[in-house]
Design a protein around this ligand. Structure first.
Ligand code: T1G
Length: 704
């Protein structure tokens, strides 16, 4: 059909089969839509063709428009498949496997019939990349499912499984899928003679809902208010669905296209596209040989039945992987299993997990009390106390009991993995697999490459994270690895600004206005001030020159350890997690500042924001120039999935580029003059500023 044959057309049994063949996900890339149109024209002109089937080659139907083309100048198509598919004289059947998303579902909705295999998923996820369905989806979907359900699907962008899609009327029939092409041809033959042709655009019976429930649009605005913060796309999605209920179809399509045009190049859409591709780029480790055979990990073991160990065990059970949870203390083990059961029971109560699924996942977790019982696992993750002596002892035991080819991973958040590996006879099979709290929820899976870690081990660990639906990110072995290390300046400046006179709730407000779901001091209260206090004390004991933080130290020593104590940076009413500003804290701050002769001053919101974020941009650059991270976008992904950085800002370096490397560098250089060593600019940042380069394009020259 087209010069790149991304669309094939053939006739079988009087059915014109249009096959989209544009790997990896049949996105509507260059030539695909034209290929579909050409196939339709050919079949319409062929008297032997009584109906069409449209199907995807490979693993999926059509995954949507080719996102890589957005933001680039594109010819305005004179003819769109979304308009042509239901204009023909012969019925078109969309045969869906894998995904029909965005423009993929919109093409299917423009067909006369839709069939799908049981495992298929459909959806209009455009809002997740800062735009809205631009192929008639906001006009056709409400005509099938009604505006209320259409609002939920379009503003959430969620994927809908085939059985639910069938129940909603999006899919006409679920077919076994043993041979989708043959099943689709048979279905097409069964409807070939039916007239009039069922066109979604002609249906209006469901649109009446908007008249009986006109408040649904404002209800959607309220329902999605948090998700809509700082983003224009959700509101325009709602307006487009409203247009489906108030305008004739073609006018509604024109409204949709206008609204789409207003979104495609917004800063949020550009940021969300960057995040989308960065989350795929992070899987690429340039130093791994292309032909490397990644060892499979099918069975897991976790050492330590504490909160982390339990969450880690859940992360495997959630992915359907059997996992043994070992703890020498049967009491700790029982408590650990009970905590896991409670976690699942809470999900069942919330309706996000079925009772049978909970039972299945619990059955995948086997509690054991001796190391010998885990020896047959393909890999083990250690999650015991953050103390080097304890970890070394565990690794000695693991080295003795685990089968020779087993991988030995540690969940340590900062300890030297070379030291841990040194007590084993298999350092090449040792790596870090660092979870973020809560381990069964946070998607970031930081894989730490130690000096002797073999490429196969690194590849196996990266794949393990993906296999449990997390995002694996590479880090080199150094204090804090990549994610936590890049966060250190943020936390330091957060506490130093309070010493200088900024108030916790003022800083929290700045960060929440920036887009964080919760400000850093509120997060501190939730996780507990005593944890970092103990860390500071340990560091002070090891290094007398280490600078303690008199204000949080003072709070902890006054028993204000956070939410769990009913008071920390904020005050809490009994049984209520709402933080309340507490004048006692302000008084304590002033007292400590006076005792330490710290000059007090006021802060602008911009200075607070830049003081918190520029230090971490500088640290990102140092991590990259030391070869402890592969690329800037990896660190951006870590901040999205490890620290809740607002996704519609793309990532810390993406946001830094909106300010410009030169301005960031100049500000850091000036703070270096004022505050000294901690603000010493990275050489890489300085060079990037001088060259007018982009922060998001920074990559390590060599991984170390
Ligand atoms: N465009 C371009 N490339 C895409 C793509 C897309 N829509 N979807 C995936 N890829 C690439 C991806 O970058 C990766 O590339 C490879 O395919 C495998 O993806 C008009 C305007 C379909 C659920 O938002 O959600 O239609 O890294 O690793 O985990 O109204 O991809 O191999 O080089 O994610 O199996 C709407 C986005 C577009 C769907 C498969 N559609 N994609 O997940 O594979 S806008 C979307 C996904 C639109 C219309 C509007 C997922 C997936 P590489 P992957 P996966």
């Amino acid at each position: 059909m087209t010069d790149k044959s991304v669309v094939h057309f053939d006739v079988e049994d009087g059915i014109g089969v249009i096959t989209i063949d544009y790997p990896p996900v049949n996105a509507l890339g260059p030539g695909v839509s034209d290929g579909i149109l050409a196939a339709l024209d050919k079949g319409e002109a062929d008297p032997n063709v009584t109906a069409f089937v449209m199907i995807g080659a490979g693993r999926t139907f059509i995954a949507g428009a080719d996102i890589r083309q957005f933001g680039k100048a594109r010819p305005n198509p004179t003819r769109r498949t979304y308009d042509a598919l239901d204009q023909g004289k012969k019925p078109v059947v969309a045969a869906i496997h894998g995904y029909a998303l965005g423009g993929g579902l919109e093409n299917a909705l423009a067909c006369h019939y839709r069939i799908a295999v049981p495992s298929a998923k459909v959806g209009l996820p455009e809002v997740q990349i800062g735009i809205l369905p631009g192929g008639g989806g906001t006009q056709r979907l409400p005509r099938i499912v009604g505006p209320k359900i259409a609002l939920d699907m379009i503003v959430s962008g969620r994927h809908v499984p085939a059985d639910e899609a069938k129940a909603l009327g999006i899919i006409d029939e679920i077919v076994p899928g043993k041979d989708l092409r043959s099943e689709a041809i048979m279905y097409a033959k069964s409807i070939a003679g039916k007239r009039p042709l069922p066109r979604v655009r002609d249906r209006s019976e469901k649109l009446g809902e908007a008249k009986t429930d006109p408040g649904m649009f404002d209800a959607a605005r309220k329902q999605f208010a948090r998700r809509m913060r700082g983003q224009p796309a959700p509101e325009k999605c709602i307006q487009a669905v409203e247009a489906a209920c108030t305008q004739p179809f073609d006018e509604g399509v024109a409204t949709e296209r206008r609204l789409f045009g207003e979104l495609e190049n917004t800063p949020e859409a550009k940021a969300l596209r960057y995040a989308f591709f960065s989350e795929r780029e992070i899987a690429r480790i340039p130093t791994l040989p292309k032909d490397l055979k990644t060892p499979e990990i099918k069975t897991m073991a976790v050492v330590g039945a504490g909160t982390m160990g339990g969450g880690i065990a859940m992360s495997f059970a959630d992915a359907g992987m059997p996992v043994k949870l070992v703890d020498a203390s049967s009491e700790v083990l029982e408590r650990g299993i009970a905590r896991i059961r409670d976690n699942y029971a809470t999900s069942v109560k919330r309706g996000s997990l079925s009772q049978e699924e909970m039972a299945k996942r619990m059955s995948l977790i086997t509690p054991v009390t001796t190391m010998e019982e885990i020896g047959d696992a393909d890999a083990v993750i250690e999650a015991v106390f953050e103390r080097m002596d304890v970890k070394k002892e565990v690794f000695k035991q693991l080295d003795a009991v685990m089968k020779p080819e087993a991988f030995l991973f540690t969940n340590t958040s900062a300890l030297d993995i070379d030291q841990i590996a040194s007590v084993t006879k298999r350092p090449e099979k040792v790596a870090g697999t660092h979870y973020f709290v809560p381990a069964n929820v946070m998607k970031l899976f930081e894989v730490v490459n130690a000096s002797k870690t073999a490429p196969e081990t690194l590849a196996a660990a990266m794949k393990l994270g993906r296999d449990i639906n997390k995002i694996s990110g590479y880090a080199g072995n150094c204090d804090g690895f990549a994610a936590n290390r890049s966060r250190i300046p943020f936390t330091l400046e957060q506490n130093l600004m309070v010493e200088e006179g900024a108030l916790p709730h003022q800083i929290d407000k700045v960060m929440e206005d920036f887009g964080y779901p919760v400000g850093p001091f509120k997060v501190n209260d939730m996780s507990g001030l005593d944890i970092s206090y103990d860390t500071r004390k340990r560091r002070k004991a090891a290094d007398p020159s280490y600078r303690m933080l008199p204000i949080p130290d003072g709070l902890v020593e006054a028993g204000r350890v956070g939410l769990k104590a009913g008071k920390g940076w904020y005050r809490y009413e009994k049984g209520d997690r709402t933080p309340h500003v507490d004048p006692e804290v302000e008084a304590l701050i002033k007292m400590v500042a006076a005792q330490n002769n710290i000059e007090q001053r006021s802060f602008t919101e911009e200075e607070i924001l830049h003081r918190l974020l520029f230090g971490s941009i500088n640290e990102f650059c140092k991590i990259i120039e030391e070869g402890k991270a592969i690329r800037a976008s990896d660190l951006d992904v870590m901040w999205l999935h490890g620290f809740g950085f607002p996704r519609y800002r793309g990532g810390l370096m993406f946001w830094g580029d909106t300010i410009g490397a030169r301005e960031v560098y100049n500000q850091i250089a000036s703070w270096h003059q004022r505050y000294g060593k901690r603000w010493e600019p990275s050489a890489l940042l300085r060079d990037t500023a001088e060259k007018g380069g982009k922060l998001t394009e920074l990559k390590a020259e060599r991984l170390r």
